[in-house]
Design a binder for this molecule. Structure first.
Ligand SMILES: N[C@@H](CCC(=O)N[C@@H](CS)C(=O)NCC(=O)O)C(=O)O
Length: 201
């Protein structure tokens, strides 16, 4: 059986959303980041980085949330893994783009502006992150002004990967990027997304 390692309060949230979309059975090891469980040698065997998420699909071990979702959606013929090679490439492009342009930036911004206790926040880190986020939201908004979805004519794994990674964006004022705001809402309104969100909150 497929096993997922990683708490809903981590980047494993993205995989939990995908698993709800696919409706497949899985065993969930709810490991928190930096926990004793992820530091244990047995887990390091699966993921030498000691990070979550990781999956073990009947012996096939894979890490990196974006790669996991691309794999699972393709393997399970979900209908939202693009059949057209160009749309497939766009789904990969946007997944990699998010990892480069928004993933750590949004965590750094929210943690250093609201989540951390005030004494631990670093305003310079928050500002640098916010500068990058604004540029990236501009790029995303321009793409979504041209097409309601990122990789083809319908919701795809490309949308799921980027929208799920923007969980913290749900709590930001995105009025300056109306296409991002509307798209993020469309994606997170999906019943599978709501189920994953409920596991985290
Ligand atoms: N690029 C990786 C990032 C994984 C990652 O950084 N996970 C965090 C939790 S959200 C973690 O396990 N951090 C523990 C650590 O940094 O030691 C992915 O998308 O899967």
């Amino acid at each position: 059986m497929l096993r997922l390692y990683g708490s809903a309060k981590s980047r494993a949230l993205r995989v939990l959303w995908m698993l709800q979309e696919l409706g497949i059975a899985y065993d969930h090891k709810d490991y928190a980041p930096r926990s004793a469980q992820t530091k244990a040698p047995q887990y390091r065997e699966l993921n030498g980085n000691g990070r979550v998420p990781t999956i073990d699909d009947d012996g096939f071990v894979l890490s990196e949330s974006m790669a996991i979702n691309l794999y699972l959606s393709r393997k399970h013929g979900s209908g939202f893994y693009p059949a057209d090679p160009k749309n497939e490439a766009l789904a990969i492009q946007w997944s990699l783009w998010e990892t480069d342009r928004l993933d750590r930036q949004i965590v750094n911004y929210v943690r250093n502006s609201t989540e951390l206790p005030e004494a631990e926040r670093n305003p310079a880190v928050a500002k640098a992150a916010w500068d990058e986020i604004q540029d990236s939201f501009g790029v995303l908004d321009a793409a979504l002004a041209k097409s309601p979805w990122l990789a083809g004519p319908a919701f795809s794994v490309g949308d799921l990967n980027v929208a799920s990674a923007l969980y913290r964006g749900l709590f930001l004022d995105l009025a300056r990027w109306p296409h991002v705001q509307a798209w993020l809402r469309r994606c997170w309104d999906r019943p599978a997304a709501q189920k994953a969100r409920a596991m985290r909150e």
